[in-house]
Ligand binder design. Sequence first.
Ligand code: GLN
Length: 241
Amino acid sequence: MLIAGHLYPDLLNLYGDRGNLIAYSRRCLWRRIPVSVREIPLGEPVDFRELDFLFIGGGSDREQGILAEDLQRRRDNLKAAIEDGLVVLAICGGYQVLGHYYQLTEDKVIPGLRLLDFYTRAGAKRLIGNCAVELELDGRPVRVTGFENHSGQTFLGQVKPLGRVLAGYGNNGADGLEGARYRNVFCSYLHGPLLPKNPRLTDHLISLALRRRGQNPFLTPLDDRLEEQACTAVLNRLKVR
Ligand code: GLN
């Protein structure tokens, strides 16, 4: 049984981000891997080490401010779980909270968890549109597509990016990098939601969780033609060859 946690499902759920958990669960169930989804709202106690997958979605700046205090109380436990190999997918606002801080204006800062080495500051223009990214999974290049909409611009320190921008803005529209990756933590600006459109990434996250629990990580292939068509259509629209 895999346990998937959804952190702040009511506050962090922009642009159908919940669909990431639906895709994750469905692709488990289609292979007869039992999975249960646990919602973790504000104040709800949880030991992150007991989870197999943690999803943190995107939110508005206001919502990120509301949950900042609750999140800080969970920091040490989340850090321990991440070091233990917890698989995490953090999207946009959920990505930003894992870094050092999010600078909204000259004198307004939302402190981050300082779990990954990056910071975010609001830019003058929102970065909006379809986005294509090339990343590497198990040493092989994989193209993923999604939709981004953020005013925060993220700058990485000593942490790897998730991938390279093929079209769109990514972390900040300037350095060609998208997202961040540390141990089994995958951060991205891509909504869409990301996982339904990009089944290879979804399966990679499932495999990592199974491997961490000493279970068989090799997944039965599924018919992904529909998903591949959807992804190719976006790549074509973005003129990515
Ligand atoms: N509030 C953040 C920003 O605008 C995150 C937005 C989001 O999750 N789409 O940068």
